[in-house]
Write a protein that binds this ligand. Structure first.
Ligand code: FAD
Length: 307
């Protein structure tokens, strides 16, 4: 990442919480954000997943929402997630579930947040569906790992979480989670974190990312590599090939609306590829993070504004 790109990312992540910017983005961004969002409703999202599945792409379905301010919102999100689980099960699409702990109330009342997540995981277990607990910013890292451990202790082993390569603590967490049999999605990390907790330098993040992937593949643990970065994708393919590790032993994951032709290409090459499909009306924070990650996403938006 160049200094310019890094500055762009930091600036955008800083303004992401700014009300004026939010209002501006809400005014003009909604239509444009559609590129990254599969629809406003569950039914629209399931239809998109059907199309992805027909191209050999699996999915994980996310109902947008984070940073809630009242527990009653968390209860509504929980109910929507139960509906989402039922929707996947009854439509027969190949998809699992992704949810954010703060959307379920973690920041307001950790116990109630846990019970909401537990309710979703329990319903998913009835349908043999997997629930991925997304990882948010570092104040929630430990609490999120604790939630997944508690779910497993209660027999809800259809749950897993995400580890972020940029955090200093991640190498140790990776070892612990592998030992405890908890399935992980591996990512670089999407939030603005201080140097006290996270590597700021791209090469360090890449090094850490590869270490996490290596720990998984070497131990024969199913590996989910979530990245659009060709360097990481090609490195993973080559690492597996050199050691005769089957393509069935790992999957790639990418976000809806990003590198869709690459997602199809990976499927055609015989790799397992899963698309993270968000839907709903609470698209603003998700959308801003996508813009922060890659300036080209912003140019795409600007170009579309004049069409
Ligand atoms: P980047 O670092 O954004 O880009 C590296 C290089 O990849 C670019 O220079 C370019 O060569 C190539 N590239 C990237 N995008 C494109 C593009 N659109 N077109 C062409 N080339 C491109 N983060 C969290 O913190 N918590 C989570 O729970 C979480 N879940 C995620 C789930 C999924 C499925 C994915 C894909 C990401 C998730 N993330 C999550 C986000 C992640 O942490 C990164 O912020 C995000 O993926 C950007 O990093 P990257 O590795 O994809 O590539």
């Amino acid at each position: 990442m160049s200094v310019g790109t890094e500055l762009y990312r930091k600036t955008l992540l800083t303004v992401a919480g700014n009300k004026a910017v939010e209002n501006l983005s809400l005014k003009y961004g909604k239509k444009l954000a559609g590129k990254f969002i599969a629809g406003n409703t569950l039914e629209e999202a399931l239809e998109e997943i059907r199309v992805l599945n027909s191209k050999g792409i699996m999915a994980t379905l996310d109902h947008l929402g984070e940073g809630i301010t009242h527990l009653r919102e968390a209860a509504l999100y929980r109910d929507e997630y139960v509906r989402l689980v039922e929707g996947i099960a009854h439509s027969g699409v190949d998809s699992n579930v992704s949810l954010k702990p703060t959307q379920m109330g973690l920041a307001l009342d950790p116990e109630e947040g846990y019970q909401n997540i537990r309710a979703v995981a329990a319903r998913a277990k009835e349908h043999e569906l997997f629930v991925r607990i997304d990882m948010e910013d570092s104040p929630f890292t430990q609490a999120t790992l604790d939630i997944v451990r508690r779910l497993h202790a209660e027999g809800l082993d259809n749950s897993g979480t995400v580890l972020q390569a940029y955090l200093h603590r991640t190498e140790e967490d990776t070892r612990d989670m592998i030992r405890e049999g908890i399935r992980l999605r591996l990512v670089k990390g999407a939030y603005k974190e201080p140097a006290s907790v996270a590597y700021q330098n791209t090469s360090e993040v890449i090094h850490q990312f590869k270490t996490m992937i290596r720990h998984h593949l070497d131990q024969g643990v199913y590996t989910a590599v979530a990245s659009h970065d060709d360097h990481i994708i090609n490195w993973t393919k080559q690492y597996a090939k050199d050691r005769d590790i089957s393509p069935e032993a790992f999957e790639f994951q990418m976000l809806y609306g990003l590198r869709m032709s690459e997602q199809e290409r990976l499927a055609q090459e015989g790799y397992r590829i899963r698309c993270y499909v968000p839907y709903g009306t609470m698209w603003y924070p998700y959308y801003t993070r996508r813009l922060a990650e890659k300036p080209a996403n912003l140019w795409m938006v600007v170009k579309n504004m004049f069409r």
